[in-house]
Ligand binder design. Structure first.
Ligand code: UDX
Length: 438
């Protein structure tokens, strides 16, 4: 099949590359000429494990091409994906200017029937808006379909190639048949392609992300209560996660969710509810609790040092909002850095992938270490903000001799309490007992 993908950001590149891998001819289109030039030369513009190999293979075999020209890109395409940014506007609602802009141009240049697919996360009713915009100029038949993505950064290729489910919102049988054919190679294991109307598909995406954000937030509240009530959230997590109605995944408490999706989508769903005059109370609580959770270790850190962090050096391991990505959008680490700086502390940071992005964002406000051990050299305490694998089993001898004080504030519960007690650390984590060496 010949398909086009408009927008070569994270979602667009993963979608384009993976569909090329299943044998389609994919043309990726972007207005950013520099980006297209770099992609043409084989330089991939995002960090996503496993993507580069597929990108390179399909590019070399001519199944993955790049252009800034919409007319050239959509030539003969049966399916045209819109993978464009939908940044939150000032009021929290998703800004559709890029999508509507492309829809307008598509209406003008489309010269054959095509299925136009909203892949970006867009509010309920967007498919209708896109369709109406195209209709203003269209000379040919077309269908607009909602097909939300459920890709996790870091494992996006796997999520794309082996989706739990594919959701497709369309009332058109013609579009349905084409989408079914396109996705067939990805659902051979028997996972469902679920067809529904456009509005339900759009709502599904927001409901899924908001539900997951709520699940994490609920566990964070349970963790906070465990600390007060003398329970251990790790036991509680196992105790409830084995109930198949609850499930084991997404029950890990920590210093809050971040990233480009959950915060934005929870906010946007709240905005949609408001527009329809509905007071979605749980969403408001999720946002409030998550904000509070991000810096919940700071008061404990201050108390540990007698209420004052002035002149203290705090090392931070982990800046990305989660492991296996360089993405720092809404990363808890950034909120903690701000709080530490406000309290007068010096901050030294290390992350395996995200340093360049943090440098761009906050520059010289912190010191950047070249390794996890360099970061802790002479530090008064270590804070762990991202659960990168290399932080899980550090060389504790090296760590203990580098730190000025054996103190860890762990926002990701990486270590066993009994091990930390044995090693002689003061160890603060989430929803569990605090270990005090003395
Ligand atoms: C998410 C959705 O999972 C994906 O389906 C959607 O399309 C985009 O948003 P992503 O933002 O890449 O994907 O990250 P995810 O792995 O879902 O984690 C989101 C946040 O939740 C991270 O900050 C993570 O640290 C946090 N999290 C996750 C927890 O705090 N506890 C958990 O148990 C799981």
């Amino acid at each position: 099949m010949k398909i086009a993908v408009v927008g070569t950001g994270y979602v667009g590149l993963v979608t384009g590359t993976c569909f090329a891998e299943t044998g389609n001819y994919v043309s990726c289109i972007d207005i950013d000429a520099k980006k297209i030039e770099s992609l043409r030369k084989g330089k991939i513009t995002i960090y996503e494990p496993g993507l580069e190999v597929l990108f390179e293979r399909n590019r070399k075999e001519g199944r993955l091409t790049f252009t800034t020209d919409l007319v050239e890109g959509i030539k003969d395409a049966e399916v045209i994906f819109l993978a464009l940014p939908t940044p939150p506007g000032e009021d929290g609602s998703a800004d559709l200017k890029y999508i509507i802009g492309v829809a307008e141009n598509l209406g003008k240049v489309l010269d054959h029937y095509a299925v136009i697919v909203d892949k970006s996360t867009v509010p309920v009713g967007t498919a209708e808006k896109v369709s109406a915009k195209i209709a203003e100029n269209a000379k040919v038949d077309y269908d607009v379909v909602s097909n939300p993505e459920f890709l996790r950064e870091g494992v996006a290729v796997d999520d794309f190639m082996k989706p739990d489910r594919v959701v497709i919102g369309t009332k058109s049988d013609r579009a349905k048949a084409i989408m079914e054919r396109l996705y067939a190679p990805l659902v051979r294991q028997g996972n469902p392609v679920i067809f529904m109307d456009e509005r339900s598909a759009e709502m599904t995406k927001y409901a899924a992300n908001s539900f997951l954000a709520m699940k994490i937030t609920f566990m964070n509240e349970i963790a906070n209560l465990c600390e007060l009530a003398g329970a251990d959230v790790d036991n509680v997590r196992k105790g409830i996660g084995t109930d198949s109605r609850i499930g084991k995944r997404f029950l890990f408490p920590g210093i809050g969710y971040g990233g480009s999706c959950f915060p934005k989508d929870v906010q946007a769903l709240g905005k949609t509810a408001k527009e329809y005059g509905y007071d979605f109370k749980i969403l408001k609580s999720v946002m409030f609790v998550n904000d509070r959770q991000k810096t919940k270790l700071i008061p404990q850190l201050k108390a540990h040092f007698g209420g004052d962090l002035k002149g203290k050096t705090i090392a931070i391991w982990g800046l990305a909002f989660k492991p296996h990505t360089d993405d720092i959008r809404e990363a808890p680490a950034l909120y903690n850095i701000k709080a530490l700086k406000r309290a007068g502390a010096k901050v030294v940071v290390f992350d395996p992938e995200a340093v360049a992005n943090v440098r761009k964002e906050i520059g010289k406000k912190v010191k950047y270490a070249a390794s996890q051990y360099e970061a802790v050299q002479g530090a008064d305490a270590l804070m762990i903000m991202t659960e990168w694998p290399e932080f899980r089993t550090p060389d504790f001898d090296k760590l203990s001799s580098a730190l000025k004080n054996k103190v860890i504030f762990d926002g990701r519960n990486l270590y066993e309490l009994k091990d930390m007690a044995k090693l002689g650390y003061d160890y603060y984590s989430i929803g569990r007992d605090t270990i005090k060496a003395s």
